[in-house]
Design a protein around this ligand. Sequence first.
Ligand code: MF3
Ligand code: CO
Length: 258
Amino acid sequence: MAVTIKSEHEIALMRVACRNLSEMFDELEKMVKPGISTWEINKKGEEMIRDYGCTSNFKNYGGYPAAICISVNEVVVHGIPSKSIILKEGDIVSLDAGMIWKGYHSDAARTYAVGKISPEKQKLIDVTRQSFFEGIRYAKAGNHLHDISAAIQKYAESFGFGVVRDMVGHGIGSHLHEDPQIPNYRDPGMGRGILLRPGMTLAIEPMITMGTYEGEILSDGWTYVTKDRKPAAHYENTILITDGDPEILTLPDWKPEH
Ligand code: MF3
Ligand code: CO
């Protein structure tokens, strides 16, 4: 499938899906406290998506059973919400979700602290988030896709963290996953990637680990954990490439610094 340029109309629909998602995270964040189950957080998310008049793009995707992927500590992504997974003080938890408004998708992820966490885990959360912002400095028309990838990798690895290889970001629009794939690393031989053009909408999503970047899928067929069982964090936004600075559609109030 070719990389598509979205029309103003399509972008307007994505803005709605993305703004709602951003608001939903602000609500779900308030629930992240010791003692809550990941099932309860997903339930609230499903209710909110329905109340927005949207639908979940995750639920039933390839058989995935929930609207929010909830990934605790060594779970990198795709944790399945469960009544038996109870958050406890010192955990870190990633929430990854999206929704569809009139056929157009949003996708974002945040990693939160549960109560008081270790300085190392806080550093992992902060570096993962910042690696996204380091990457999108290059998210400009005229640059190439892997400029973003390389910037994310360089920043995260400078702290000794691992950059997950098995999972990547992606184009997004009338489908959750569109071309291009967006790795968070650039290996020799990968080339510069596609030329970025205004109207491209991309989900950029660094997944960063405290140890090895290698992972494996548990027997439930979804839960993706680090091989060394060290903690991992995830941060993702849906962005729009413009003639100037990118817009972060899932952080509608964000303004670039300079
Ligand atoms: N958030 C994931 C992504 O960015 C998609 C989740 S897969 C699902 O690609 F099955 F959970 F929906
Ligand atoms: Co995504």
